[in-house]
Design a protein around this ligand. Structure first.
Ligand SMILES: O=c1ccn([C@H]2C[C@H](O)[C@@H](COP(=O)(O)OP(=O)(O)OP(=O)(O)O)O2)c(=O)[nH]1
Length: 181
């Protein structure tokens, strides 16, 4: 009998992403390669391959990866949703990787203060040795742990057309809550 399945399995052809790895001798871990958490996951999880913390509220994570996407593609990095359980943010999320960028990818994170050290604040009034007044949560990801996810996206070619007016819309200039809660 003829197969009349209205939704035949969609098997898109993979776009090949040329990849180079920076192996950190400290981890020397080739296993930690962009990985899907489940077979149908949309993104590939990324691992902390190197980490620097210049200040208590600033962390640079090196992903140990360089990519050369085909010309009309870019890589995009976004945090894992579980990251919202922490008081850290990926500062330029969603971060974009240009197809002509050949360096090692890094992600930059900032902490939101979770408290105030009153004792240090008072001490700072009387001392030249400054102590930290704001309190931050420790950065949640350690070397080798999953820290974000990546996507490959098509770049849409853009050209601008300057016009005098737009077709009117129901929303018009309304934003920032104009449609109610
Ligand atoms: O989180 C990020 C964001 C970007 N990049 C790399 C890839 C990207 O192609 C390049 C430049 O990024 P972008 O154009 O967003 O940065 P910019 O601040 O405009 O700097 P530039 O003058 O280098 O373009 O930096 C990262 O490694 N991590």
């Amino acid at each position: 009998m003829e197969n009349r399945d209205p939704q035949p399995a969609y098997k898109p052809k993979a776009v090949v992403l040329k990849t180079m790895r920076e192996i950190n001798p400290q981890t020397n871990d080739k296993q930690r390669f962009p990985r899907k958490a489940t077979p149908l996951a949309a993104g590939r999880d990324l691992f902390v391959m190197d980490i620097e913390q210049p200040t208590p509220n600033f962390v640079i994570v090196k992903l140990g990866l360089r990519f050369q996407p085909p010309p009309n593609y870019k890589v995009v990095f976004v945090p894992r949703s579980s990251f919202t359980k922490t008081n850290w943010i990926m500062q330029n999320s969603p971060s974009q990787g240009d197809p002509d960028f050949t360096g090692e990818y890094q992600l930059r994170f900032r902490a939101i203060p979770i408290g105030y050290n009153l004792k240090n604040a008072v001490r700072n009034l009387f001392s030249t040795r400054k102590r930290p007044e704001l309190i931050y949560e420790p950065f949640p990801y350690k070397l080798g742990e999953r820290c974000a996810q990546m996507f490959l996206e098509r770049i849409i070619k853009l050209s601008f057309e300057e016009v005098e007016d737009f077709e009117s819309t129901e929303r018009g200039n309304g934003g920032f809550g104009s449609t109610g809660n």
